[in-house]
Design a protein. Structure first.
Length: 550
């Protein structure tokens, strides 16, 4: 049939969109809120001007915060699924817009390859699997929409471009890069259409400037002379990492700082090819310069604000970096016609890159699942201890076992949980959670309740056990003495210090280590009542005679 054959690229794009969307939703189906999202959930739940316009990590986050408030009030906080659905939809729309942009320049087949590389860009797994990155994804989506509107080269296109630029900047400060692209387009067309189109850049720029004057200037700035001087190297490294990621050659770790391997020689080779083509056919397409301006603005602004953790090879920069590389590529290939053999080779490279990049998505999802277990377990511990927990108790990395909950305090979380529901494990779910979560929940509980000890000198070890006492030292060691809320007494005979430890939801190991129990002493362990029925288990590691009285 002629129709399917003629429309094969579009049909294959639909298949790629379906496969990518399904993959992302499957990989994220068990995940909950992570890291910076908690800053919004804890501190920006109320719809107010400040909540919408306060910067986050120097970025405007007006639209992401608006979505967070909307989802909280419509769906509550029990499930993060609505955020993942929105992120997935925006990723698919962005890839579709890239396809439309590219097909106008290089044809359907190369456009299909560009969109497919973006859909399965594994090294950018943070952008593809973490809804907080809606800021970057939304800016890219409306940035490409801006470029497509400018393609119209008419009044309605300019109005649309202006609106898209405002939306792009509302998602993140990356929108400034697309303002630069629109400004270049404005200057390119000034002889044909004059400067009456200046509003399409001026209005978004003035709105962004007003935000910066009112709120953005209060953000912590990392602009430094050293960063400016180092920026060329940073930009080259970022472009090299983007090329490497697109082609499935990245070796970036899921955690830690990546280094560029194949990217640098590939970038050198690509620059050489461009130089050779310019020698044979001088001149760039008009669309190249706006994209080049957006690319340079994005990377240089990122370089100027560099601090540790914002390396050019960071995974969350690879989505925007990959888009800019693809946009540049389609502009450079605009007048090149690929034969059947060249298309087959390009298609094979695309499939190989996608296959290579899939493991990043799988590994990234596994890592986020581990963070989800810790998050739900730590929050369950706060809920269980709500009767006695200090409102200012915070889930610091040392307590929570993860840095992703640094924005969570007991007061803020319990207020949000009361109003919007709980994403935490129930006590019953916690009892069956993975071992890492149960262990960490015990640690958080011990600090949140909190467990406390008081030591008094002089042991009371009778010759025989009386009352509710159990011998635990010397040859009479026990695997764990069950303790209910209240006070327990640990008598230790003269000798070396004794190690006491506890567990509740954990099995095997005893992760909680209270102070106390020197030789020839009595340690009083106090356990406040809480909302879980499971008992604590006390383990005493003593060479001499000791006993626990409940």
């Amino acid at each position: 049939m002629v129709w399917p054959r003629r429309n094969a690229p579009v049909l294959l794009l639909c298949a790629a969109l379906l496969a990518s969307g399904t993959l992302v939703l499957v990989l994220t189906r068990d995940l909950t809120y992570f890291q910076d999202t908690w800053a919004f959930l804890m501190h920006r739940r109320e719809l107010s001007v400040d909540a919408l316009l306060q910067p986050h990590n120097e970025h405007i986050v007006l639209i992401p915060v608006a979505f967070e408030i909307l989802f909280l009030n419509v769906f509550g906080m029990s499930s993060a699924l609505p955020e993942f659905v929105l992120l997935t939809a925006m990723l698919l729309v962005s890839a579709t817009l890239l396809f439309v942009y590219a097909r106008r320049r290089v044809g359907d087949w190369l456009a299909l390859m560009a969109a497919t590389l973006l859909l399965f860009l594994g090294p950018a797994w943070q952008d593809l699997l973490w809804p907080f990155e809606l800021g970057f994804v939304g800016t890219i989506l409306f940035g490409i929409a801006t470029l497509l509107a400018l393609d119209r080269d008419d009044g309605p296109g300019d109005v649309a471009a202006c609106a898209f630029l405002i939306l792009a900047a509302g998602f993140s400060s990356l929108g400034v890069a697309f303002m630069a692209a629109a400004a270049v387009n404005l200057l390119q067309r000034r002889q044909d259409r004059g400067l009456r189109r200046a509003y399409l850049v001026a209005i978004p720029a003035l709105l962004f400037a007003a935000w910066y004057a009112g709120w953005g200037r209060d953000a912590e700035s990392h602009l430094a002379l050293r960063n400016v001087l180092d920026s060329p190297h940073y930009v080259v490294e970022g472009l090299a990492a983007s090329v490497e990621s697109l082609l499935g050659l990245s070796s970036a770790p899921i955690e830690g700082i990546a280094t560029v391997g194949w990217g640098q020689p590939l970038l050198v080779a690509l620059v050489a090819l461009v130089a050779y083509r310019q020698f044979r056919h001088p001149g760039f397409s008009p669309g190249f310069w706006p994209v080049a301006a957006a690319t340079a603005t994005s990377w240089f602004l990122t370089a100027f604000s560099y601090i540790a953790g914002r390396e050019a090879t960071t995974g969350r920069y690879m989505y925007a970096g990959g888009v800019f590389v693809l946009l540049l590529a389609v502009e450079l290939l605009r007048d090149v016609r690929f034969g059947r053999r060249a298309l087959l080779v390009s298609g094979a490279i695309t499939l190989a890159a996608v296959a290579s990049n899939l493991h990043f998505l799988h590994d990234g999802a596994d890592w986020l699942k581990g963070q989800t277990v810790l998050t739900r377990s730590d929050l369950a511990a706060i809920e269980i201890s709500r009767r006695t927990v200090d409102p200012d108790f915070r889930l610091t990395p040392a307590v929570a076992g993860t840095p992703s909950l640094i924005d969570v305090s007991a007061r803020d979380y319990l207020e949000a949980e009361r109003d919007f529901g709980s994403p935490a494990f129930t006590p019953q779910e916690l009892a069956g959670a993975p071992a890492a979560g149960r262990r960490q929940a015990d640690i958080v509980l011990s600090r949140a309740l909190p467990l406390s000890t008081v030591v008094r000198p002089g042991a009371r070890i009778p010759g025989t056990e009386r009352g509710d006492c159990i011998s635990v030292g010397g040859p009479s060691r026990t695997p764990g003495v069950p303790l209910a809320p209240g006070a327990a007494r640990i008598d230790v005979a003269p000798g070396p210090p004794v190690r006491i430890s506890l567990r509740r939801f954990a099995t095997g190991a005893f992760p909680v280590h209270p102070k106390g129990a020197p030789g020839n002493s009595v340690t009083i362990l106090r356990i406040p009542p809480d909302r879980a029925p499971q008992p604590w288990y006390l383990h005493v590691d003593a060479a001499q005679q000791a006993r626990v009285c409940r």
